[in-house]
Design a binder for this molecule. Structure first.
Ligand SMILES: [Zn+2]
Length: 140
């Protein structure tokens, strides 16, 4: 099963937001799924090294930290509270368990959520992913 690679040349082609977000979560280009999205931890490349997609137009801004905080806060904190209520372990053991887990989860989720948001923006032709046919004055 092959998936058609969509480029700006077919500006009317529909883009799959699901595969674009999945590719972004895997730190891959939302268009081709092969090139690396980041040159550092969360520094986005200017262009995809595989297909050349211009990645400078994304506007992830503050959304990835919000998504990371929401996910980590809604998963880890209830688990920590449940552990406290059920087993009442010493506070040092709780810190030894939950602090590394929270840091690791945040460290892993931040680039994944940024990649997913860039993929979503690409799939919806938002911001700099609108293509050459887009109205340059449109503020989408
Ligand atoms: Zn690419």
């Amino acid at each position: 099963m092959t998936e058609a690679v969509q480029t700006f040349g077919d500006s009317q082609a529909r883009r799959s937001w699901f595969s674009a977000m999945a590719r972004g979560m895997a730190h891959k280009c939302p268009e081709c799924g092969r090139g690396k999205l980041f040159s550092g931890y969360v520094k986005t490349r200017d262009n995809c090294p595989s297909c050349g997609l211009d990645l400078t137009g994304h506007r992830a801004d503050d959304a990835p930290p919000y998504v990371t905080i929401i996910i980590v806060g809604h998963v880890m904190i209830p688990l920590a509270l449940a552990m406290k209520q059920l087993f009442d372990p010493p506070i040092t053991l709780q810190f030894a368990i939950w602090l590394p887990l929270i840091v690791l989860a945040s460290w892993a989720l931040l680039p994944a959520s940024k990649g997913a948001l860039i993929g979503l923006q690409w799939a919806n032709r938002m911001h700099g992913f609108a293509g050459p046919d887009a109205d340059p004055d449109a503020d989408v």
